[in-house]
Design a protein around this ligand. Structure first.
Ligand code: ATP
Length: 458
């Protein structure tokens, strides 16, 4: 049987991972709320990232910068001038399209680096129709800025105009000197940040793949010019290994290096990590050598010095930057798609299919579920639940047959089901059932925390 988006979206909604936003008011298009299980999965994803990119990494430190920034930031970063999509409207059916998507969807032509005029000419030459009504009656292409605008304070005038940040990276660049001075870090070092970003996307969709409010996990790694390509390769490999260590299968991953034409003008090298979603390959992670572009832009715009004095060589330089930028929701979707499995544990004649989310145990919302065999054992099972809950998130379920309870936990990816039975009262042992192998083992209650912690370690 097949993994489809419909099944994955339904499971996410029915089991409390992801709900449509503002549902009782008819929703708000392309917004999503993360339910009791979704918030755990999301938190575990962010913690796994922080653990490997900050806690265990000798080069990197963390930051939590503000969403609202001085608008000069976006002048410097180029977002006010250049962060826009080429849009055209169909004059007949009034739908709005991205010109680049129109061409790429029509015949696969990669339009990276094309001007609006080139795209317009191509659309006319190939007689590309409006995908909604077939008409050829388009407006000219206009650039549409993707930043959300808002107002600070009591008056809505241009002086109080602010933007919601479209990426977390700029908060890192503007703090470069603060961080370097206060941590006394020597180049190379990195600053890692997890936080919300906002983009007024024209074509959101594919569930949580492209949304207007999302979270990013970004690292800006500062290194000496000339060593940047080495570090680019280092982080490219590091990011890939991290995904594999979370049980993302290599065959579902593709590292697509940008061709010289596709590269941003300031980038020396960029690799898109793509994942094979049920709807096709989509960008999961972008890793880019951004050179000294961002710091130089902030130096020019702010007039402040953001260079680095190397005490070993007595040189002064503006560091180069390697940026791995990953969307939390994109990785959430990847992890959910990768984990989804339907397994026939019956026979061919009498199939018995279980749905099981094979999450890496470190990512699973619940690490274990305590199941008393009978309601007569509620008290003892409740004590066990309370004890385990001190160490990790545990579920408790005493409704229905043990088999049904196992299935419910399989469906939300709980790695271990712990059955407390009448023998447990006598021998101080419980039966631990493994989600993936379905094998059962008798374990001493005293050793249970250590047993589970060893299995969920990341
Ligand atoms: P795309 O081409 O898909 O619009 P991008 O190349 O503009 O993405 P970046 O600016 O490189 O994306 O953003 C870095 C990462 O942030 C992306 O790899 C993705 O994981 C995440 N991201 C970007 N835009 C969105 C969005 N609208 N919704 C969810 N995640 C996003």
């Amino acid at each position: 049987s097949e993994k489809t988006m419909d099944k994955i979206v339904a499971l996410c909604k029915n089991r409390g991972f992801v709900y449509p936003g503002s549902e009782i008011y008819g929703g708000l298009a392309n917004t999503w709320d993360y339910g009791p299980l979704g918030v755990e999965l999301k938190t575990n994803i962010k913690n796994a990232w922080r653990k490997k990119f900050i806690q265990e990494n000798k080069y990197n430190v963390g930051l939590d910068s503000a969403i609202l920034m001085n608008p000069q930031t976006w002048v410097a970063s180029g977002h006010i001038g250049g962060f826009s999509d080429p849009l055209m409207d169909c004059k007949d059916c009034k739908t709005r399209h991205r010109a680049d998507n129109l061409i790429e969807d029509f015949d696969g032509t990669n339009v990276a680096g094309w001007t609006n005029e080139q795209m317009m000419d191509y659309i006319k030459e190939k007689q590309i129709p409006c995908p909604d009504c077939g008409s050829h009656n388009f407006t000219d292409i206009r650039q549409f800025n993707l930043m959300f605008k808002t107002f600070q304070g009591v008056t809505e005038d241009s002086k109080s105009e602010l933007y919601l940040r479209p990426e977390t990276a700029q908060g890192i660049f503007v703090n470069f000197a603060n961080i370097q001075r206060t941590t006394r870090k020597k180049v190379p070092f990195g600053v890692a940040q997890v936080g919300k970003s906002f983009r007024n996307e024209i074509t959101p969709g594919n569930f949580i793949f492209r949304v207007r409010e999302f979270e990013q996990m970004e690292l800006e790694f500062f290194c000496k010019p000339g060593t940047d390509l080495e570090w680019f390769n280092y982080w490219r490999g590091f990011c890939k290994d991290w995904l594999l260590s979370l049980n993302i299968k290599e065959e579902n991953l593709r590292l697509r290096d940008h061709s010289p034409e596709e590269l941003c003008f300031y980038s020396k090298a960029t690799t898109d990590f793509e994942y094979l979603f049920p709807f096709g390959w989509g960008e999961l992670w972008g890793v880019a050598d951004r050179t000294d572009y961002d710091l130089n832009q902030h130096i020019k715009t702010s007039g402040k010095s953001l260079d680095y004095f190397d005490p070993e060589t007595n040189e002064r330089y503006v560091p180069y930057v390697i940026e791995p930028s990953l969307g939390v929701e994109r990785l959430f979707l990847t992890v959910v798609c990768e984990a989804y499995d339907e397994e026939n544990i019956g026979t061919e004649e009498k199939p018995d299919v279980r749905t099981v989310m094979r999450f890496h145990p470190a990512l699973a919302p619940f690490k274990a579920c305590v199941l008393p065999l009978s309601k007569k054992l509620s008290e003892q099972a409740g004590e066990l639940y309370a004890e385990l809950s001190k160490h990790f998130l545990v579920d408790y379920d005493e409704a229905g047959s043990i088999g049904k309870r196992y299935r419910r936990q399989d469906e939300i990816g709980t790695p271990f089901c712990i059955t407390y039975d009448f023998d447990s009262v006598e021998d101080g042992c419980v039966t631990v059932r493994d989600r993936d192998t379905m094998e059962q083992e008798r374990i001493k209650i005293d050793e249970l925390v250590a047993y589970i912690e060893k299995k969920i370690a990341f």
